[in-house]
Design a protein around this ligand. Structure first.
Ligand SMILES: [Zn+2]
Length: 185
């Protein structure tokens, strides 16, 4: 079927991903705009905050990229923010999309932006559950954020509603994250 060299190439790629981390669709890959300004987010943070975009869900890379562009335009053009608010977003396609990225201060949770990494799952989870691949990608990203040193190994995971007056990240996603190891009441 496949040649031995093909098999070895695949094995090397899988190993490289395991060693060097996860796949994140960079801002340049999804065609995001540059920020109008940028501030540093410290490493070794004690918190990660989970959000939902409260917008459309997407199940293909093309559709999720379109969502990324729509959300960034909304945050920059309508809300007047420097960039898309979140550090990272996760599509229903299971891909992780770079928002502001590592060590960049986000705009996702008032009073918590400088203390936390902000991750948003695309969709409105007041109405339905996130996809299984979306959930695993979020967990992988959090684990990777620990190995990167962006958050500590003992970090606390909150849903946005725990740190602000909002129903974000939606009822279904909020009940989901309650079972994740770092979530705290
Ligand atoms: Zn939120």
């Amino acid at each position: 079927m496949f040649s031995k060299s093909f098999f070895c190439l695949v094995a090397v790629l899988l190993c490289a991903q395991a060693v060097f981390g996860i796949t994140i669709i960079s801002k340049s890959e999804w065609g995001g705009r540059n920020p109008t300004s940028k501030s540093t987010l410290a490493s070794g943070l004690s918190y990660a905050v989970i959000h939902h975009t409260e917008g459309s869900s997407c199940s293909t890379k093309a559709a999720c990229i379109q969502q990324m562009k729509n959300i960034q335009s909304y945050h920059m053009d309508s809300l007047g923010w420097a960039d898309i608010g979140y550090n990272f977003l996760i599509g229903g396609d299971g891909n992780i999309y770079e928002g502001r990225g590592w060590n960049v201060l986000g705009a996702h949770a008032s009073n918590w932006n400088s203390k936390s990494l902000g991750i948003s799952l695309m969709g409105n989870f007041n109405n339905y559950s996130p996809t299984a691949v979306q959930i695993s990608a979020a967990k992988e990203l959090l684990a990777y954020a620990v190995t990167k040193g962006q958050i500590t190994s003992g970090y606390i995971l909150y849903g946005h509603r725990q740190v602000g007056s909002t129903d974000c990240p939606g009822t279904y996603l909020y009940s989901e994250i309650k079972s994740w190891s770092h979530w705290k009441a």
